[in-house]
Design a protein. Structure first.
Length: 75
């Protein structure tokens, strides 16, 4: 029997990426939701994927690559 590896794809919602001002919960990046959406609108952050009317996600690999680029800029 032959097996094939299936690549898993992880998706992140904005609440996974940004910090929550009210609860103080940290996201992947130390920015607020409004900053994240500003970056997306300006084309600085990765483009979102719209799954449905109320569900927007980003590929985890794209967000991690973006975070790496921010770290390199800061260095």
């Amino acid at each position: 029997m032959e097996t094939h590896a299936v690549a898993t794809r992880a998706y992140l919602r904005v609440s996974d990426i940004t910090r929550n001002r009210r609860t103080g919960a940290q996201g992947l990046l130390p920015v607020t939701t409004s900053t994240w959406w500003s970056w997306v609108k300006a084309g600085k952050a990765p483009a979102p994927i719209k799954l449905s009317t109320g569900c927007t996600v980003w590929r985890e690999a794209d967000v991690l690559a973006f975070a790496e680029s921010l770290a390199k800029e800061a260095a």
